[in-house]
Design a protein around this ligand. Structure first.
Ligand code: MN
Length: 201
């Protein structure tokens, strides 16, 4: 069995003007496809080729850097497409909003802290909102690492992830990563994040 590149639930152009169609198409059909193919090649015929991706990542230190980089890339991009929507933006509600207010003070403070984590990640990586021991935590990881990995500095279940590799924004924003981060808030599907929050608890 091998991992499959997922289809997106929306058109490449539907996140415009915040994320442009060309970036979306290249990101999905080239970058995410390459992570998926490279992961499949790396695990083919090995003892882990029947494992769910979460299990592979949980013990990723036992595997090669190829599995770490491409397994992370496969999982992270699945999450990234899932938590965005043309109908996104606004604020969460219900249990997730209450938890954000309890752990960060307010939605505005949470937004500032997450944006700062994304802006300050040096080079390529991801910013995360993670549920750990029933508390929300914000941090960032280098490369394609994520909080499910045993090698991660902070471990937990990822609820929201923002790709800050240059391939995620360079065509439209060039060096203006903060502008990409600011516009990301317009496409976050809080329904999808809430769903992940509920499934994690
Ligand atoms: Mn990417």
């Amino acid at each position: 069995m091998s991992f499959k590149l997922p289809s997106l639930q929306y058109d490449y152009k539907s996140l415009e003007p915040y994320i442009d169609a060309a970036t979306m198409e290249i990101h999905h059909t080239k970058h995410h496809a390459a992570y998926t193919n490279n992961l499949n090649s790396a695990i083919e015929g090995t003892s882990i080729d029947l494992q769910p991706i979460e299990e592979i990542l949980r013990e990723v230190s036992k595997h090669s850097p190829v599995v770490r980089n491409n397994g992370g890339g496969y999982y992270n991009h699945n999450l990234y497409w899932e938590i965005m929507s043309p109908k996104g933006g606004g604020e969460p509600n219900g249990t997730l909003l209450k938890r954000i207010q309890a752990d960060f003070g307010s939605f505005a403070e949470f937004k500032d802290k997450f944006s700062a984590a994304a802006a300050s990640r040096f080079g390529s990586g991801w910013a995360w909102l993670v549920l750990r021991d029933n508390k929300l935590v914000i941090f960032s990881t280098p490369n394609q690492d994520n909080p499910l990995m045993d090698v991660a500095e902070v471990k937990g279940f990822p609820l929201l992830g923002l790709d800050v590799w240059e391939h995620a924004y360079y065509l439209k924003y060039q060096n203006r990563r903060p502008e990409y981060i600011q516009n990301f808030w317009n496409v976050i599907s809080w329904d999808a994040v809430q769903h992940r929050f509920e499934s994690a608890r």
